[in-house]
Design a protein around this ligand. Structure first.
Ligand code: ZN
Length: 452
């Protein structure tokens, strides 16, 4: 098999043996080696097309790998499959600062795209903790979200055009930079958020935005999520939709982050809810931000607040929200990523926390996340046995269908959440997904066993 791929991509396009085993299976399995027969690294779209045509003809499964920062094992490979890396398809082809667009190859990191945009006085708004490793192709395939979705949308909202290769090697190129294009089916959407199951993205036209005028950032203590939601609505009205982030932290999260030896608590630990709010606002709008805080306090929506007076203070507030690796160290190693409509979110968090604590003595659940996007993450202590863990899954996922929520807000389905897909999508929807898959990838070679 190796010779046939080597004939297409050359010796430098193949990684095998110990060098391949040195690569991790997935982000969540760092000690498990990648099990693929080979890793193939085409250097351009033409080579990638030839690789897929070969796999299609021979019926070999192809598992695409981006920056390996996904959380649902979407890049897990079997021994008979090949791993496909776009690490040689990197670079930014062009930036148009007037139109606010950028064309990047799929293997380019998000950080490199951000830097290229900034060199032209603009920003690429998608921002993730994993920006230095996560790639354009991976972010498109998983429809990545992150910390600024409230203001700029998810990856889906930032892709104007793309080029993708289908299972049989057909190159589908739609690298237009049009904002408006009503010419039938929007084919881009077949590849955004479908985790490499319908085609492999090779290039994209991305949308750039003017950067914020400045940041007004505050950590708030609120009597509850509902009060915090009223502060968010107030801020959106006052600043005309310029709220960049509105992150929520329930007391368990705040207590863990500000425990002895960790971060100094900017607010006392006794409050029922904490929010981190950041607004795109110019320096001379500071009085408006202060009066917003005063109003919210007068209405009882905010009990206490700390406003960042410097960039260093702003960063230290953000560190409390971003240092999620401390959850793992604290024993909260089972993560979940769900959406619940805002009006139902507070009661949902309360009920799930109660149910998880009742599963086994010592079990606990911590909630935090992008509440402005109706998206929270759970960090739960493992039960130590499959029955207990299944009960935790049921506590988190069980109520979602009735609430109109989602089992995956931003992390995708991969393998990990496949069984839960039916809780968020109807049988008719899943049947359409299967029909599309069967049409575009009749031999089922693209990322086999993922999503569906
Ligand atoms: Zn998140």
């Amino acid at each position: 098999m190796r010779e046939r791929f080597e004939a297409v991509v050359g010796p430098s396009g193949i990684v095998a043996g110990d060098e391949l085993r040195a690569r991790p299976a997935t982000w969540t399995r760092p000690k498990e080696p990648c099990a693929a027969a080979l890793l193939v690294r085409p250097k351009d779209t033409a080579e990638l097309s030839a690789v897929l045509a070969l796999c299609h003809e021979a019926g070999i499964g192809v598992v695409p790998r981006g920056g390996c920062t996904g959380l649902v094992d979407g890049i897990l490979c079997g021994p008979g499959e090949i791993a496909l890396s776009l690490e040689r398809l990197t670079g930014i082809e062009r930036v148009d600062p007037v139109a606010g667009t950028l064309v990047a190859h799929a293997g380019t990191t998000i950080a490199a795209v951000q830097e290229a945009a900034e060199a032209h006085g603009l920003i690429f708004p998608l921002d993730l903790g994993s920006r230095g490793s996560a790639t354009v192709g991976g972010a498109i395939a998983t429809n990545a979200g992150g910390l600024r979705v409230l203001r700029y949308g998810m990856m889906r909202d930032l892709v104007l055009g793309l080029e993708a290769v289908l299972a049989d090697g057909t190159v589908l190129s739609s690298l237009k930079s049009l904002v408006k294009d009503n010419t039938g089916l929007d084919l881009r959407q077949l590849f955004i958020g479908t985790e490499g199951t319908l085609g492999i993205v090779t290039r994209a036209v991305l949308r750039l935005r003017p950067g914020p005028m400045g940041h007004a950032t505050a950590m708030l203590a609120c009597p509850g999520l509902d009060a915090a939601a009223r502060v968010l609505a107030r801020a959106q009205r006052r600043f005309q939709g310029r709220v960049l982030s509105f992150e929520g932290m329930w007391p368990g999260y705040y207590a863990l982050m500000t425990a002895q030896g960790r971060f100094t608590p900017p607010l006392s630990r006794e409050h029922p809810f904490y929010a981190l709010v950041e607004i795109d606002c110019a320096g001379d709008e500071e009085p408006a931000f202060l009066s917003l805080m005063e109003e919210a306090m007068a209405e009882g929506e905010v009990l206490d607040a700390v406003i960042a007076a410097s960039e260093e203070q702003r960063r230290s507030l953000w560190r409390i929200r971003e240092s999620v690796e401390l959850l793992d160290e604290g024993g909260f190693s089972r993560g979940y990523d769900v959406s619940v409509p805002l009006p139902a979110l507070a009661a949902y968090v309360e009920s799930v926390t109660r149910q998880v604590r009742a599963i086994r003595p010592g079990m606990d659940a911590i909630a935090f996340g992008h509440v402005g996007d109706n998206n929270i993450h759970w960090a739960i202590t493992p039960a130590g046995d499959p029955v207990g863990d299944a009960a935790a899954d049921e506590a988190v996922y069980g109520p979602l269908a009735a609430l109109g929520g989602s089992v995956s807000a931003e992390h995708g389905i991969g393998i990990t959440k496949r069984k839960a897909l039916g809780l968020s999508r109807t049988a008719a929807e899943i049947a359409v997904m299967r029909a599309v898959k069967a049409t575009l990838d009749p031999r089922g070679i693209l990322n086999p066993g993922k999503v569906l």
